[in-house]
Design a protein. Structure first.
Lengths: 626, 430
């Protein structure tokens, strides 16, 4: 009796990794009845690679996820065992929070968050097929024959699609070590005929921490004043630890060089493209042969876990070569390897086949998020999961799609890069990808995104109240500073540098001067002194960049205007007279979602953009007339 | 909304040229040139003066917002059709705050945005905008192929290098990036500033305006190219003889042709040859002919020369029309008797004017404005770098502004260009 097994949900999320958990939680927060289908309950929230979250660009993404009430930031704060704010000595726009994470605590925190989430069920099973009704994806079939009907499916298959693991010249199919690959789902997806490519990524050998001579390596503690991820967190919750730093040396390099022919990557066994910013030790030694040492971070995987992750020496050499080269490194002379490093190859689908809402254009009702789109990193995966989950739920509930602009969020930058430019190597976030970087800081992620989340309906009461309080305090602090106007004479009398230009400046403008600190401004504006330290700090950061933001505002407005002019998915470019055949083909192939994306297509001329615009205008007027 | 301006008429031999402005500052900008503004929609004669120096006497026409082509406040300046006048006017406008040169098609785009145009009207204007874009593309190609092009490519590489160095210290702070990149960045910016100040001062522009258009005469050996050149130039600029292959190098003659500054190029005859010097001459002929604005193909016995094919707008004529054996097809000329020369001159002028569409002045002004903006952004970057690494993101922002200002000269610089430079220079990756 198969009918017996049919269940109904609004949204089904396949996969319990970082994309899947964030997608399921977001969908449920929106009020959509959601099921998370995973191969194993215990596998939910597993960190499969390095034991760290955040960093430059990535830390921004985590803060943005938190601003929308996602789960990653609070779980990382619960499980963080060493917090460091990267670029602490540079400007606030490019500072990124990062933490070493206890794997077990993180997994527990994510699992607790999901089980506490209303509207969300966990279903253990393997999704092997999609149900298609009237051309839409409207459910999944599980191994064993059970069916789940729904309005939208979010697929977060990670590296499981046609995954192939390499250690030296041996290889086996798999997602990550110990997990079975999803071959049947991969075959089903192949029928959709989506553009696809192959990528690779590597991991280092995992070390036994009790066999490391910690006295011989440099120790790096966390910040004494830890910067947490969540806007709602107050402090660290568990014991904090240090990481070790050691280096490779010429002997290490000689062993690697002598065994290059045994490396999967150099032996020609791997066809996928690897990331340039995460080279294997083989790559480092071949490409930068002039360097006599490379840094290795020894990162503990947990408080009661002796496993150590040596960040910087990922490899696909055979196990016996790995132990030989690792033992040449200072402090690791007697180290034991718990699990050899390996390289993994996997398929991804060209994200240019997705709408900005992460929906597969060729399969309405199906959403992709995470590594399946050619990205790398927990944070990138989680941020996409969030966006896909919000949009799948919005579609199921008949709400407007949730749009992220590249003018106001790193999530927007990533989604736009992926869906309009595609990927050639695993996509990782960098702050340099964001052209409006100065206004998109980690510390103001809530100011940028929480209102969007409140409007979409994915932000809970507790966060909304906290946000409203902070926003009104920030506004009052700014008002207090704006109301105090100072002459150059007054400023100089306080011992500050200032040219006699006769221009009066507000206390807010004064705060942007390189040699002016908060205390100096408080002397002019006692009302400002009454605000809390975090409010004063953030106001000072706003002041620092204010003049640049003014300059950028015209660019921002132009881009937002073009992003705001949506192009219907079913537009017929052949019906637009005056477009060249070449552009017609390009537009039909790329199907840009809005005018901003259309303008970015190579070879687009101002005329062609005007023609598309005019066509849209006419269509608007016609439908208005009806 | 920024106020934009651009010439609205094609460049060339014409009695009148029109410069258009659109946006909130357009009336104020005109007031700065002519003191007393005329009433709306009433053509009035005004003397245009900028910083005490008279530019021209012309007609000023104002439109209020809601009653103009774009729907915004607009102004039109009807000037005398001379390159110098247009150039001075555009420069005076570009120096005013809140004004910038319009992008191709921007007037149309604004009209569309404000609901002043329908699709049919846009289609009608499309050809016009495309012509402007095409003229600019051609101009850019010309700029990028010569000595200026080499310099612009150098700037591009330097801008990418400096930005990559700064970005590497920002995005890969916790990795093995060499600690102090400041000396190299400072050195690069200093060198760029030196070059760009020259560009902004107009020294480079003036030189290019003088260059004018290049018209290459091409054909088989002994087709009569040098004779034609001499006839057009009115003097014996090139040696002529009955021996095929007399012209080895490219001979340049500057002249005024149909009112436009033109450099005529006489090139070596196109043929396969064992002679080393002559074959170098042929290679050079092909290269120069390709980068020229227009080619005049001289047919011999109705046959095109080998090694080069004509583009759409090129002129194809039969040479040696004076010879009795000559069969007449299409346009025919004889450098010896002067037959057909007037018609050829007129044809060259027509095609150049069509091609030009005001592009030369426009492009020069655009480059100059870009160089000026880049100079101030680079100066700001220097200032921030000297304040130390705590303001490195502000230095990077200024460098980005400088690079964007130079788009038209050096091409768009993308984040991928920076990442390429970073990953090939530094061993990034924990």
């Amino acid at each position: 009796m198969r009918l017996f097994h049919v269940k109904h949900y609004d949204v089904v999320v396949i996969g319990g990794g970082h994309a899947g958990t964030e997608a399921a939680a977001a969908s449920a927060r929106m009020g959509a009845k959601t099921a998370l289908v995973t191969l194993s309950q215990a596998g939910i929230g597993v960190m499969s690679c390095n034991p760290a979250i955040g960093g430059l660009g990535k830390g921004h993404l985590v803060r943005e996820i938190d601003a929308l009430d996602g789960v990653m930031a609070q779980a990382a704060d619960r499980a963080g065992i060493q917090f460091r704010l990267l670029n602490r000595k540079k400007g606030p726009a490019v500072q990124g929070p990062r933490a070493q994470i206890d794997r077990k605590l993180y997994r527990q925190a994510i699992q607790a968050a999901l089980s506490a989430q209303q509207n969300l069920d966990i279903v253990v099973g393997e999704a092997i097929d999609f149900l298609r009704i009237n051309g839409r994806v409207a459910g999944v079939t599980l191994e064993g024959g059970a069916e789940i009907r729904c309005h939208a499916v979010v697929l977060t298959a990670g590296t499981f699609l046609n995954g192939l693991i390499h250690i030296g010249d041996s290889r086996k199919p798999g997602g990550r070590t110990g997990d079975a690959p999803s071959l049947r789902l991969a075959a089903r997806l192949a029928e959709l005929d989506l553009g696809r490519g192959r990528l690779k990524t590597g991991t280092p050998p995992r070390l036994n921490g009790t066999t490391i001579d910690w006295a011989r390596v440099e120790m790096q503690p966390g910040d004494s004043d830890p910067t947490l991820f969540s806007f709602l967190s107050a402090g660290t919750l568990v014991r904090q630890v240090s990481c070790g730093i050691t280096h490779t040396n010429p002997l290490t390099h000689e062993i690697v060089r002598n065994n290059l022919n045994k490396s999967a990557m150099y032996g020609g066994h791997i066809e996928g493209v690897g990331p340039r910013y995460c080279p294997s030790i083989e790559d480092k030694i071949v490409r930068f042969s002039e360097k006599s040492e490379h840094q290795v971070f020894l990162e503990p995987e947990g408080l009661d876990d002796t496993t150590v992750y040596p960040n910087g020496i990922s490899t696909s050499l055979p196990a016996e070569v790995q132990i030989a080269y690792v033992r040449t490194i200072r402090g690791l002379e007697n180290v034991g390897i718990l699990q050899p490093g390996y390289a993994i190859e996997y398929d991804f689908f060209d994200p240019r086949g997705l709408s900005p809402a992460m929906e597969v254009r060729a399969a309405p009702g199906l959403y992709f998020a995470g590594q399946i789109n050619g990205t790398t990193g927990y944070e990138e995966a989680a941020a996409q999961g969030l966006a896909a989950g919000l949009n799948a739920a919005a579609a199921a509930l008949g709400k407007e799609p949730v749009h992220f602009s590249r003018t106001s969020s790193y999530i927007g930058v990533m989604l736009d890069d992926l869906t309009s430019r595609g990927v050639t190597e695993p996509y990782r976030m960098f702050t340099s990808r964001a052209e409006f970087r100065l206004s998109m800081r980690a510390d103001n992620a809530d100011q940028r995104l929480t209102p969007l989340g409140i409007a979409a309906g994915c932000v809970g009461e507790r966060r909304r109240v906290a946000f409203d309080q902070k926003a009104s305090a920030l506004a009052s602090a700014r008002e207090a500073l704006d109301s105090v106007m100072l002459t150059p004479h007054q400023i100089m009398a306080a011992g500050l540098k200032q040219s006699q230009d006769g221009v009066r400046r507000s206390a807010f403008q004064l705060l942007a001067f390189p040699d002016v600190d908060i205390a100096a401004v408080e002397a002019f504006c006692p009302a400002f002194a009454a605000f809390g330290g975090d409010i004063k700090d953030q106001t000072a950061k706003d002041a620092l960049y204010a003049q640049y933001l003014g300059r950028q505002s015209a660019d921002v407005a132009a881009l937002q205007r073009d992003e705001g002019i949506r192009i219907p998915a079913d537009i017929d470019y052949c019906a637009i007279a005056g477009l060249s055949t070449e552009l017609r083909q390009k537009l039909s192939r790329h199907r840009p979602a809005d005018i901003a994306k259309a303008g970015k297509i190579e070879g687009m001329t101002p005329t062609a953009v005007s023609l598309v615009l005019a066509f849209l205008r006419r269509a608007d007027r016609r439908s208005a007339a009806k | 909304m920024v106020t934009i301006f651009a010439p609205a008429t094609a460049r060339g031999k014409a009695g009148i040229a029109v410069v258009r402005l659109s946006g909130p500052e357009s009336h104020g900008a005109v007031a700065a040139l002519c003191c007393r503004l005329p009433p709306m929609r009433q053509a009035s004669v005004r003397r245009l003066v900028w910083q005490g120096i008279p530019i021209d006497e012309g007609i000023v026409l104002l439109f209020e917002a809601g009653h103009s082509f774009t729907g915004e406040a607009m102004a039109e300046l009807h000037l005398h059709g001379s390159t110098a006048v247009i150039s001075a006017t555009l420069q005076a406008l570009s120096l005013q705050p809140g004004l910038r040169m319009a992008e191709p098609g921007e007037f149309t785009r604004r009209a569309l945005e404000n609901g002043r145009l329908d699709l049919t009207q846009v289609e009608g204007l499309a050809a016009l905008i495309d012509a402007e874009t095409e003229a600019q593309r051609k101009q850019a190609l010309r700029v990028l192929s010569g000595a200026v092009g080499k310099r612009a490519n150098g700037w591009r590489a330097q801008l990418i290098r400096a930005a990559a160095l700064l970005e590497a210290t920002i995005d890969f702070a916790d990795e093995d990036v060499p600690v102090d990149v400041t000396p190299e960045v400072l050195q690069i910016i200093d060198a760029l500033l030196h070059d760009l100040r020259l560009e902004a001062d107009g020294a480079v522009m003036a030189e290019r305006i003088r260059d004018g258009f290049e018209v290459a005469i091409v054909g088989a050996p002994n087709a009569g190219k040098s004779t034609l050149l001499n006839a057009l130039a009115g003097r014996e600029a090139a040696i002529t003889s009955a021996i095929a292959g007399t012209t080895r190098d490219v001979i340049e003659v500057r002249m005024d042709l149909a009112g436009l500054p033109v450099t005529l190029l006489d090139t070596a005859g196109l043929r396969q040859t064992q002679d080393e010097v002559e074959s170098l001459g042929v290679l050079r002929a092909v290269a120069r002919a390709n980068s020229a604005d227009l080619r005049v193909f001289l047919l011999e016995n109705g046959v095109l020369p080998a090694g080069l094919s004509p583009c759409d707008d090129d002129i194809i004529v039969s040479g040696k029309a004076d010879l009795p054996a000559f069969g007449q097809h299409g346009m025919a000329v004889s450098g010896l008797t002067g037959q057909g020369l007037d018609a050829l001159t007129q044809e060259i002028g027509l095609r150049l004017e069509k091609r030009a569409s005001g592009a030369a002045t426009l492009t020069h002004q655009r480059h100059r404005a870009g160089a000026m903006a880049a100079v101030s952004a680079l100066e700001a970057a220097l200032f921030e770098i000297r304040l130390g690494s705590s303001r490195v993101e502000l230095a990077a922002e200024n460098l980005r502004l400088a690079t964007r200002s130079l788009d038209a000269l050096v091409g768009r610089v993308d984040v991928e260009n920076l990442l390429d430079e970073i990953f090939s220079s530094f061993c990034i990756g924990k």
